[in-house]
Ligand binder design. Structure first.
Ligand code: MEV
Length: 439
């Protein structure tokens, strides 16, 4: 690898020259160029589409696109596409789906669909003056954004409420215009931000023109949606009689499993170290669906983790009720997703995902993603509280280890057979490959 100099005007280069530039850092630049191009889509138009999703694109980065079949949600059978690089995530979701398919499936409900946006500003005048004028301002905000909200209102959404929040206890002269939105089937970031920027202009002009306020200008710091949407919330759960858990694992009774499972959830509720891993397992499933639908997984993650810490301590997103011989296990998670806009209809596989899921509305997709999260988490806890995570995990990881050694198909099959009855450890696989090659 060669030393990199500061590059001027990289973004202005065409794609070929960008690749050449990157390849020039390597001693075998020809190989690098060839490899980068080998991941281009064969259809020029499709490749162009991918290139235009983001800046400075030189190739595509492949991730597996897998399927979790037999996922029963509110009585309907789904096959859920999942984009994930981690072996065993799709398997965990599929196994849980199979297990629950004979125990009533997954149940879901939407708790709310409200999203939030804020204009952060300062104003140094007497607070009661601003508060007196706010009802008039509020009307102007609604009226002044009618041209933006028209279509959304026709679909049943729009701005739900706008309030003035006095934040002077935190920062001198600091206020917020805090607005609630329903963005129906779109994730809504552009819609919300456009409304907020209009509010900001209306506010500034109102203050300048008003005799009682104009001694101090309204200084708008920023206008932006909040990715924290605690009221855009969905619940997914599974439930059955404890007896029906029989068969969850050959080495444990239904009662013992329910007891251990309850303890595991309690641990994730009280211990932040465990809660983080527990919730990570939930997002294994959620993110995979979010990615497969072209939604914004960073927004979903940021929101979910903030929600997990809403009472001041980071806790599990799931909770369990175990009483009177019933087992009920619930995930409650805020999910701000879209089924229109963004990449959802542009990315060919995101579009296919939507088709396979039956062209869901955003609230349907929230329920599907939440189920994927719960299915993965149930699968993880099922393994953790019984045979341990490594057995299943390493079985799935075996192919990755083998591929590291560049095995042939014959060596691969021999290894799979051999490790059916043995512990998969990196060293053990390495030894096995060496032995096979010696023979
Ligand atoms: C691994 O990706 C996820 C788990 O660690 C989740 C958990 O511990 O609950 C298995």
């Amino acid at each position: 690898m060669r030393e990199k100099e500061i590059i001027k005007g990289f973004s202005k280069l065409d794609k070929e020259d960008k690749i050449k530039k990157v390849a020039s850092f390597f001693h075998d630049s020809e190989r690098v160029e060839k490899e980068l191009k080998s991941f281009w889509h064969p259809e020029i138009e499709t490749q162009k589409l991918f290139d235009e999703f983001a800046e400075n694109t030189i190739s595509n980065f492949y991730f597996p696109y897998g399927m979790a079949p037999n996922v029963i949600i509110n009585g309907k059978n789904y096959m859920i596409p999942m984009v994930i690089e981690e072996s065993s995530v799709v398997a965990a979701a599929s196994n849980s789906a199979k297990f629950w398919s004979t125990r009533g499936g997954f149940h879901t409900k939407i708790i709310g669909l409200t999203k939030i946006g804020q204009v952060h500003f300062t104003w140094a005048g007497a607070p009661e003056k601003l508060k007196q004028h706010f009802p008039q301002l509020r009307k102007l905000f609604f009226n002044g954004t009618e041209y933006i909200t028209k279509n959304m209102r026709q679909r049943g959404g729009g701005i739900l409420d706008i309030e003035l929040v006095d934040m002077r206890h935190e920062i001198a002269d600091y206020y917020q215009i805090k607005a609630q939105f329903n963005t129906i089937d779109s994730m809504g970031a552009n819609f919300i931000n456009s409304c907020l920027e209009e509010f900001a202009d209306i506010l500034k002009n109102y203050v300048i023109e008003n005799e009682e306020l104009k001694a101090f200008p309204a200084q708008v710091i920023m206008s932006i949606l909040s990715n924290y949407t605690p009221d855009c919330l969905v619940e997914a759960w599974v439930e059955c009689n404890v007896d029906e858990l029989e068969g969850v694992d050959p080495d444990i009774s239904a009662q013992e499993f329910a007891w251990k499972f309850e303890k595991a959830v309690q641990v994730a509720t009280v211990d932040t170290f465990r809660a983080t891993t527990h919730n990570k397992g939930i997002f294994n499933g959620i993110d995979a669906v979010v990615l497969a639908t072209g939604n914004d997984f960073r927004a979903v993650e940021a929101c979910g983790h903030t929600y997990a810490a809403r009472d001041g301590k980071y806790r599990s997103l799931t909770f369990i009720e175990l009483k009177d011989g019933r087992f009920k296990y619930t995930l409650r998670v805020p999910l701000s997703l879209g089924t229109v806009g963004g990449l959802t209809k542009l990315h060919p596989l995101a579009r296919f995902t939507m088709e396979l899921l039956g062209d869901p509305h955003a609230e349907d997709l929230m329920q599907i993603a939440a189920v994927a999260g719960l299915a993965n988490n149930f699968g993880a806890l099922r393994s953790l509280t019984t045979k341990g995570i490594q057995k299943g995990h390493m079985k799935m990881h075996l192919l990755n280890i083998l591929n590291n050694f560049g095995v042939t198909e014959t060596e691969k099959h021999a290894a799979i057979e051999y490790f059916k009855t043995r512990k998969v450890l990196f060293n053990a696989v390495e030894e096995f490959v060496k032995d096979v090659r010696k023979k």
